[in-house]
Design a protein. Structure first.
Length: 349
């Protein structure tokens, strides 16, 4: 269903059929999430049985080696759910409020801004705690988002989708150069930054991921509150204003939520690109373009992608593993191309 259809009257039967279809799609995503979650606990360089996973959850025995393996996977499984939900919803929020199908925390430079701020905090302020890194990531994301909007607003047409994408790409290159310059002159910063930079779920403990849940929940509520405004924006700014929406306020509120989501995800797992770009497009094929359905569905689909990417990264070349940030790009690229060929071109934002 398009955003235009969401504000037009429909017969009760047609509306009921579409709602049923969307509910079915959401239930399918929930089932896939459950399968991906169990696969994340079962599979790896050392696979375990379903019975072992159940025993580890309900009757953990620290002397059991197999249960110890399952316990070691709990943290990254929880991390994939938290980070995937944050990035998936952040991408949907950006695409909706900017009316830009290429909007993503990576493409618009938010990940690069977070990385630069974290490097600056580590190198010059000696920051090492999660709280300090999270604050730095927030500041970096917010600063880059503000600069991208300022650059894109130059000219008569304002912040058009193509200008936002180009501005974000240019900003990502600029702040990326600053990040690399700092890393070149500080070996200590390189050592502390290297693993975090590639995007990984293995360097943080479960306490860190659990601590990020309230922050992600707050950001998610903020972004979800902009769903109706995103529907209106999809019909054009003039139409949205005519319908009574204050777009400046909606975009400010949405930007705050996106910064919270992207900053938290980057702080705990590093810059993981492509999730926010691909997930909204994939979900749109299932539930349509109504952001009241699209955004909640992205909260489910994002973790599915990260769980699958992390699990495949663990089993593809044992005993070594490929980090989730790399696997997301390797898995996401071909899938995104397939979606483009199978109908994503017809999607209108």
């Amino acid at each position: 269903m398009t955003a235009t259809e969401s504000v037009t009257r429909q017969s009760p039967g047609a509306a009921s059929a579409k709602t049923t279809r969307k509910l079915g799609a959401v239930l399918l995503l929930i089932a896939l999430l459950a399968l991906a979650l169990f696969a994340s606990l079962l599979l790896g360089a050392r696979s375990v049985s379903i019975g072992t996973v159940i025993d580890a959850i309900w009757n953990f025995d620290p002397t059991n080696g197999d249960q110890g393996v399952v316990a070691s996977r709990f943290a990254r499984t929880v991390g994939a759910i938290v980070v995937g939900a944050a990035l998936g919803l952040a991408g949907a929020g950006l695409q909706g409020l900017t009316r830009n199908p290429l909007a993503d925390t990576g493409i618009l430079g938010l990940n690069a801004g977070s990385s630069m701020a974290v490097v600056l905090a580590i190198a010059f302020l000696g920051v090492s705690s999660l709280g300090g890194i999270m604050v730095a990531a927030f500041i970096g994301s917010a600063g880059v988002m503000a600069l991208v909007y300022l650059v894109a607003n130059v000219g008569r047409d304002g912040a058009t989708p193509i200008k936002l994408a180009l501005g974000g790409a240019a900003m990502a290159v600029g702040v990326g150069a600053i990040t690399n310059a700092i890393l070149m002159i500080s070996d200590a910063t390189v050592d502390r930054f290297r693993m975090w930079q590639v995007g990984t779920l293995s360097s943080s403990g479960i306490d860190i991921f659990l601590g990020a849940i309230p922050v992600v929940a707050a950001g998610a509520l903020i972004v979800l509150s902009t769903a109706r405004a995103s529907n209106a924006v999809s019909m054009g700014d003039d139409t949205a204003i005519a319908l009574g929406f204050n777009l400046n306020r909606a975009r400010l509120i949405g930007s705050i939520g996106v910064v919270i989501l992207a900053g938290t995800a980057t702080a705990v797992a590093g810059p993981i690109a492509f999730v926010g770009l691909m997930i909204p497009h994939a979900v749109r094929l299932l539930v349509g373009s109504d952001y009241r359905w699209l955004m909640p569905a992205c909260l489910i689909a994002g973790p599915i992608l990260l769980l699958v990417a992390d699990t495949v990264g663990r089993i593809i070349a044992p005993p070594s593993e490929i980090q989730v940030g790399v696997m997301c790009a390797m898995l996401g690229g071909p899938i995104f191309i397939i979606m483009m060929r199978s109908g994503m071109k017809s999607v209108s934002l």
